[in-house]
Write a protein that binds this ligand. Structure first.
Ligand SMILES: Cc1cc2nc3c(=O)[nH]c(=O)nc-3n(C[C@H](O)[C@H](O)[C@H](O)COP(=O)(O)O)c2cc1C
Length: 194
């Protein structure tokens, strides 16, 4: 058992994981939108909501644009994704007349929470949401027309989990839920004592 908790939690936290064996089946648009809907309700500093999502459904040019930016390791399995999503954040406070543009310090933090809401909603609906940092951000920004004051935080593969036999051998061996560090390594009382 790689996923034992030290304290009881809602099983959604331990049952969600990031499989790579995906079936390639079509993701209904309403279902996809429900994932973004979940993300929309994430908290953010001053309710700025810096997250933006650009998606491409399998078999469309939008998918190909995102897919083309992935490193080969990710291409090997994400080719069977039903959709790819670029998770993007606005780096600056929203423009206000008479005010200079100022960096928005929590753009990544806030967008991270939106991604997690998306992932949990996908899991709840029986779909996989697998985040990837293995992509070329410059290539992707160019392909999607992302302006310089936005950061591409991650690409997410969405799909239906299938049997791991669809994966190359090396990936089949890694196809299992991973463990976590013990609580004592991540939580301390009163002082940073790690
Ligand atoms: C920001 C981010 C980047 C990631 N990059 C990749 C990636 O490029 N390729 C990949 O196969 N998995 C990637 N992952 C998946 C992680 O390896 C995975 O979430 C982690 O090992 C924990 O496992 P779990 O999601 O199954 O619980 C990434 C996850 C995150 C959150």
């Amino acid at each position: 058992m790689t996923r034992q908790t030290e304290y009881p939690v809602n099983p959604q936290f331990t049952e969600r994981w990031s499989p790579r064996a995906l079936s390639g089946e079509a993701l209904p648009l309403d279902t996809l939108m429900s994932f973004f809907e979940a993300a929309r309700w994430a908290p953010s500093s001053s309710n700025v909501q810096p997250w933006r999502f650009v998606y491409g459904l399998a078999g469309t040019p939008g998918f190909d644009a995102i897919f083309g930016s992935l490193v080969q390791f990710n291409k090997d399995w994400a080719q069977k994704a039903s959709a790819l999503v670029a998770v993007i954040s606005a780096k600056n406070w929203p423009a206000r007349e008479g005010f200079e543009t100022k960096p928005f310090g929590s753009h990544s933090f806030d967008t991270g929470s939106a991604w997690m809401s998306l992932a949990l909603q996908a899991h709840h609906a029986g779909w996989v949401a697998h985040a990837m940092g293995g992509f070329d951000a410059a290539v992707l920004a160019q392909a999607l027309g992302v302006p310089a004051d936005y950061a591409i935080e991650a690409v997410v593969a969405l799909g239906k989990q299938t049997d791991k036999s669809v994966l190359p051998q090396a990936l089949q061996e890694r196809e299992a839920p991973s463990p976590r560090k013990p609580m004592a390594e991540i939580v301390a009382e009163g002082k940073f004592s790690f």
